[in-house]
Design a protein. Sequence first.
Length: 247
Amino acid sequence: MGLLMPEVQVKGSFTESLTALISRRYFANFAAVVDMEQQNYRIYFNEGSLILTDSMASLKGIPNVYFIDDAELEKSFKILSSQASAGKNMNFAVICPDPSELLQDFMSHYSVIQAAGGIVFNKDHEMLCIKRNGVWDLPKGKIERHEDQRAAALREVMEETGINHLNISEKVGATYHSYFEDDALLVKETHWYFMAASSTHFTPQQEEGITEVVFHPIEWYQTDEFKSYASVHDIIGKALAAQQTTA
């Protein structure tokens, strides 16, 4: 890691407090980019995550943060994906000057599944969600061969909800989560787009485990009733923040 600075006290996943260690070179780079647009990427595995960011401010409110050097990224990911981390909300963070480059380097070591989905609003500015396998979610699915992100996002929303009339607009962002499939550790990158729906007729895609399709007021998504995956909460928060900025 090189020279280390004990700069930040954070509470660890276990019962002890951890003195977070930040490399001097990354601390200097952080100071240089603090006024630029933040780059934040979070790769989830169950309750834990890897966080790649150029801003200390982006970590505010995230519990159990362990600061690591980029050389420790693979080791930390193995900890997250091991049985030892089961049930523990562990978050490993790297503060670096170019999180995008580090993300691409990290994903080059894994099989990456590309997916796309929609943040769908109706004319009353209510947001659509689905219940998939008993969990509230957003409509999304894998991008097929020779299909671009926007086309895949529209197709998946239409297939999973039965809505036939959709207008797609700008991209909201991307989310990342990892999981095991046939003993292989995969990373899924999901691209999200704003959409507007004029239809109120729904047909849940039951073969995909979808039992409900519904529009809810924005306030509902901030209640305890909306229990979903951390990455879904993240992209909804980003979408709502983007709309407030452009309002």
